[in-house]
Design a binder for this molecule. Structure first.
Ligand code: FES
Length: 131
């Protein structure tokens, strides 16, 4: 089981989905993990408050980049209200492996960027993580 998930994450790391940037995005936000400097940027194109298109770019560890790729697949086509309701548990569950506290920060970097970009809530959900 674990091997399947490791492969799933490695696949997203090596072949990231929705990778790149958008021209004239409605939302564009970037942040790094203050502990290691790894970075994720997310661009979003909205249509009727739905995520019509989404791209991410970043640099960093496999978990942070794979989780960004997985997250873009999870939210494409979703409404902003559905994004608001997305929890860190939802993303961690989708990643499918149990992670220690350091790796959880890696996994949640993309969600933090997404939520902050959509709502301008800086520091969510990892505000307790600042070094
Ligand atoms: Fe930096 Fe994972 S080590 S986000």
């Amino acid at each position: 089981m674990d091997d399947f998930y490791r492969e799933y994450i490695l696949d997203h790391y090596k072949n990231p989905r929705n990778y790149g940037t958008l021209e004239n995005p409605d939302i564009s936000y970037e942040e790094d993990n203050p502990v290691c400097g790894d970075r994720v940027r997310i661009d979003i194109k909205l249509e009727d408050d739905r995520i019509a298109d989404i791209r991410f770019q970043g640099e960093g560890c496999a978990i942070s980049q794979a989780s960004a790729s997985i997250l873009t697949e999870m939210v494409k086509g979703k409404s902003l209200e559905e994004v608001r309701q997305l929890s860190k548990e939802d993303l961690l569950e989708q990643l499918g492996i149990s992670l220690g506290p350091v790796r959880i920060k890696c996994a949640l970097l993309s969600l933090k960027v997404l939520k902050a970009g959509v709502y301008g809530i800086r520091g969510w959900p990892g505000e307790e993580d600042h070094a």
